[in-house]
Design a protein around this ligand. Sequence first.
Ligand SMILES: [Zn+2]
Length: 413
Amino acid sequence: MPTLITNIKELLQIREGSVSRVSGAEMKTLPTLKNAFLLIDDGLIKDFGKMENLYEIRVNEVIDAKGKMVLPTWCDSHTHIVYAGNREGEFVDRVNGLTYEEIAAKGGGILNSAKKLQQTSEDDLYKQSAKRLDEVIKLGTGAVEIKSGYGLTLDAELKMLRVIKKLSENFPITIKATFLGAHAFPSEFNNNKEGYVDLITHTMLPKIAAENLAEFIDVFCEKGYFSVAQTEKIIVAAKTYGLIPKIHVNQFNSIGGIQISVKYNALSVDHLEVMTTEDIESLKNRTTMPVALPSCSYFLGIPYAPAREMIDSGLPLALATDYNPGSTPSGNMNFVVSTACIKMKMTPEEAINAATINAAYAMNVSETHGSITKGKKANLILTKEIPSYGFLPYAFGSNLIDSVFINGKQIKN
Ligand SMILES: [Zn+2]
């Protein structure tokens, strides 16, 4: 039986099904309907319109949204939420003045997470990750991409990907899996980096493809991590198994990661804190979605992706959390949207577009997520009473969500 939401103060992000992303100046427009209704049936958005056009219909439940707004749930296209333990010790070290390099030298960083994960059972890893997933759903995330990359051995990478698969079977939200074996070099390969690249391409990839454990391939393309040539080798190998590239690039240095990603039609390039004019040019008129991760910049105190420059050059932009134990221990997309406005000078319209429709594109769920469109999943955020949608990024740190709907089912906070 259908559910009807009535008296919606403003229904945000209403789109035709043909719109899968917005770029440049288009990002300044957020199509909305004031004083609206929305009808949910069979887990999908069945209809919506102005209250004055509401017709007689038999429904199971009517929810009065007077003073409240409805928008599509956030899509978080870049996370590492399957991990073991936390790294608050390193955080305190950093607060006390140690550098990222000094912390890594003390055994911190990605290798620290890998060691913990290798020692954690699949069941325990599942439980720790499920708790995080529960939290982000209540914060309004209705689709999430999750990466491996804290395993760094065949067995541990498979363990991570199986946990991601189990989460997607047990949770109502859409989950996409990315293989990120190329996240860091395990110390035993310090003098044989090509050997680890071979392990990824010759051993891990065939096994992951055979078990159908990942849809995307990712590489941390950065100085001191994976070179452009190594990134290319991994992308090419992964493509033979049908994996689509989504690549970590330009976090600390611009070394050509964008160009190599675009060459292989990457679905997204993520981070982008350091962008040259040439990098921006390379992304023009491409299918690749640039993705910014402002919570990571906030937590590490590094520069933010130059969103204004990118959008003003006509590029699309998506936003994601980068939820991970080292550089972004937060999966709060509401904070991401606020921070994008406060620190990256994106308008509320641009930030909401970046976190919904463009974010859905960046994780290949445009058909079902990212906008209020008839036939898409009824994955919705019902806000508390707010004066305008600009209040969402403005009142940073406040939880303005009344409840979240996943497949039409209301999850109360
Ligand atoms: Zn990341």
